[in-house]
Design a protein around this ligand. Structure first.
Ligand code: SAM
Length: 277
């Protein structure tokens, strides 16, 4: 057993007891698989925890379902990043879905996830799913006015992901959405990554008319408090009465009617950050 630490800042981090299962260096990053007594297997990219068997459901359900519920009838869905497959699994819980495209830049992440995280990657071979090993930024250039929901399941805004948090990229997302289209992105921690969070929100707000922020509590992510930013030019995303009856049909462990009912209830300090952004 080793002690693995992810440094959230220079002064604080997450330390877990672990067995190292696999470590490889891909074209883009170091990929590490740990087996931990507390969180099960853990996927770590360049020293940063991406997903764990114990708490991944919180992140993947909260990233996928609000946008999928708010869209009148989502048929074509794009996930950018998300090579572990967890977001794809949640998207396929919606009956209207006909086609899911996963655009992941690093093929090794998909291979490692299929081998070591079967409960997360289980739907990557579903007949409705097509996997593209490509940079999300260039992938969108070829697809205009095509998707109903685009989900940004990227890593932190460093390295290959940095471009995915810029206004220019969100403009490409907008032109790849068709009528009633909705985008949602993971936008970091308001507590320990305020700059990333505030910047991502302000970049998205420059591009879309209706923008909202909601939170979820993910134990293995920096500070545990994580944010998501959802946006659309058509759908009034703040109206949580939309399609509420569809929430009850979903087989989920975190996302549910009571979470949906107060999705945009934010603590005052987060509201203050958004006002200043
Ligand atoms: N939940 C995680 C988080 O919040 O940190 C994200 C998980 S997912 C594994 C992130 C994925 O985004 C990684 O597999 C990474 O390779 C991929 N990625 C990073 N930059 C990308 C890009 N420009 N285009 C497509 N995928 C990218």
């Amino acid at each position: 057993m080793i002690w693995f630490t992810e440094y959230w800042t220079d002064n604080v981090g997450l330390t877990v007891k672990a067995d190292e299962v696999k470590k490889i260096r891909s074209k883009y990053q170091e990929i590490l698989v740990l087996d931990t007594p507390e969180f099960g297997k853990m996927l770590v990219l360049d020293g940063l925890v991406q997903t764990t068997e114990k708490d991944e459901f919180i992140y993947h359900e909260m990233l996928a379902h609000p946008a999928m519920i708010m869209h009148p009838e989502p048929e074509r869905v794009l996930v950018i990043g998300g090579g572990d497959g967890g977001t794809v699994r949640e998207v396929l819980k919606h009956k209207s879905v006909k086609e899911v495209h996963l655009c992941e830049i690093d093929e090794e992440v998909v291979i490692v996830s299929e081998k070591y995280f079967p409960s997360i990657s289980e739907k990557l071979r579903d007949p409705k799913v097509k996997v593209f090993i490509e940079d999300g930024n260039s992938f969108l250039e070829e697809r205009k006015d095509y998707y109903d929901v685009i989900i940004m399941d990227s890593s932190d805004p460093v390295g290959a992901s940095e471009v995915l948090f810029k206004k220019e990229f969100y403009e490409k997302v907008k032109s790849s959405l068709r009528k009633n289209g909705i985008m949602v992105a993971q936008t970091e921690s308001p507590v320990l990554q305020e700059k990333y969070f505030s910047k991502a929100f302000s970049e998205i707000r420059k591009v879309f008319k209706n923008v909202g922020v909601y939170l979820a509590f993910i134990p293995t992510y920096p500070s545990g408090m994580w944010s998501f930013t959802i946006a659309s030019d058509f759908v009034d995303i703040k109206d949580i009465s939309i399609n509420r009856e569809r929430v009850k049909e979903l087989k989920t462990k975190y996302f549910c009617d009571s979470i949906y009912a107060c999705l945009f209830a934010l603590p005052r300090f987060v509201q203050e950050i958004l006002k200043k952004s």
